[in-house]
Design a protein around this ligand. Structure first.
Ligand code: ATP
Ligand code: MG
Length: 393
């Protein structure tokens, strides 16, 4: 079947009242952006509360659908057969041919739903429903009408062209990226943080990212893995500015000056501080992490509270109540899992103590952080000054 158009369904953004057009315009822009990477000519238009993608000439159907499936804000993608208005007899033939091609078994229940968006069409919707339904029953004896719960809801829209569709391919849902500000993702090479970034981006938030790299303890390959993960999220989130921080000196300094069982928690406080500073410089409105309560020692309620204490921006932790398996399931869906499990070292695990504190006390932690007074400000500034920016498309 040759589908010349797609009807784009969107639910959540349809209820945004006065701001509705902003969301629709953003969605149209995101769809155009996504289709730029697909071979073919696509015309994306917004008309009477509907968004259509019309194609011109040859294009790859699967690639197009794959691209649309990555656009947040789309709830459904309907492949549409587009025909011209050449009289009702021709329309009947087109509808019959549609059923033959799309439902060759022709034994389902159905309902015709005609919409006359162009009011000068000579027949009314009810009449169209009746006549087209009758034509289908005549041609396919095993099909039956069910107006309440049909297996096939066949929509026929009369516009400048005529659109025939019945299938809906699920979209990713959410809101168009860019309609909800920007946030800074702490992106490691693990399973959790890419999923966290995906989830916040799905709410319409643009994402920048920061990665703490500790050469030579973490290799170039570990860094490349993070760049690759950013690329996978960028498929949904759009271009990501990835800031790579050289964290080695700070880590070594903490290792030298602080009790080793508190190393992870103190290190995490510095990660958050640095991330927050870059976030503020780049107009991000919050931080995002892949933390989940109780997953590891640094994610107990006490640890999270001690880590959080250094932040003034809100910290979004979309995975906070998720089990590992639930996170893995999403990472498989968004295709980050295979990359995340590649066995390259993580800067947090290199210096990790055998028995890290699980119930850190803020006062004690702060007291031990005073051991860092001499050099930490200088190292902090240097880490920010020497950061590397990688733009991931
Ligand atoms: P992940 O799978 O996301 O690495 P994790 O279960 O390994 O998470 P931690 O290592 O405790 O958990 O990290 C908790 C969160 O801190 C991560 O989800 C991520 O947001 C951030 N984080 C950890 N290490 C780094 C790093 N090297 N660079 C940037 N962010 C990091
Ligand atoms: Mg990790």
């Amino acid at each position: 079947m040759q589908y010349a158009s797609f009807l784009i369904k969107y639910t959540e953004i349809a209820i945004k009242g006065k701001n509705r057009y902003l969301f629709e315009d953003a969605l149209v822009a995101r769809i155009r952006g996504a289709l730029k990477k697909v071979d073919g000519t696509f015309i994306v238009s917004k008309n009477q509360g509907r968004i259509y993608v019309d194609t011109e000439g040859a294009y790859d159907f699967d690639e197009t659908v794959e691209a649309l499936k990555c656009v947040f804000g789309i709830s459904g993608i309907c492949p549409v057969v587009r025909t011209e208005d050449e009289g009702f007899e021709k329309l009947k033939e087109d509808v019959i041919r549609y059923i033959e091609n799309v439902y060759p078994e022709a034994d389902q229940t159905f309902k015709v739903h005609a919409r006359r968006a162009r009011k000068n069409y000579p027949m009314e919707s009810m009449e169209l429903n009746r006549e087209l339904g009758g034509a289908i029953l005549d041609r396919f004896p095993n099909m039956k009408v069910d107006v309440h719960d049909p297996q096939i809801l066949l929509t026929v829209e009369i516009r400048e062209h005529i659109y025939i569709y019945s299938k809906v391919i699920p979209g990713p849902g959410g809101m168009p990226v860019g309609t909800n500000g920007k946030a800074m993702l702490l992106l490691s090479g693990g399973i959790d943080s890419p999923v966290a970034g995906y989830m916040i981006s799905k709410r319409g938030v643009k994402i920048d990212a920061v990665y703490f790299h500790a050469p030579p303890y973490t290799s170039e390959r570990a860094k490349q893995k993070v760049v690759d993960l950013a690329g996978k999220i960028a498929k949904y989130a759009g271009t990501i500015y990835l800031h790579v921080i050289n964290f080695t000196d700070i880590q070594l300094y903490i290792y030298e000056k602080c009790p080793h069982d508190e190393l992870t928690i103190i290190m995490r406080r510095y990660m958050m501080k640095i991330a927050e500073q870059i976030a503020k410089e780049t107009e991000c409105l919050g931080l995002i992490t892949g933390e989940s309560i109780g997953q590891v020692a640094s994610q107990t309620m006490q640890s999270l509270s001690v880590t959080n204490e250094v932040c003034t921006l809100p910290v979004y932790r979309p995975l906070i109540g998720f089990d590992k398996q639930e996170i893995v399931t999403i990472s498989e869906q968004i295709d980050t899992y295979e990359t995340s499990i590649l066995p390259f070292e993580d800067c947090c695990t290199i210096f990790v103590a055998k028995h890290p504190v699980t119930k850190p006390n803020l006062k004690v932690i702060k007291r031990h952080e005073r051991n860092l007074e001499e050099k930490i400000d200088e190292l902090f500034e240097k880490a920010i000054e020497t950061k590397e920016l990688i733009i991931v498309e």
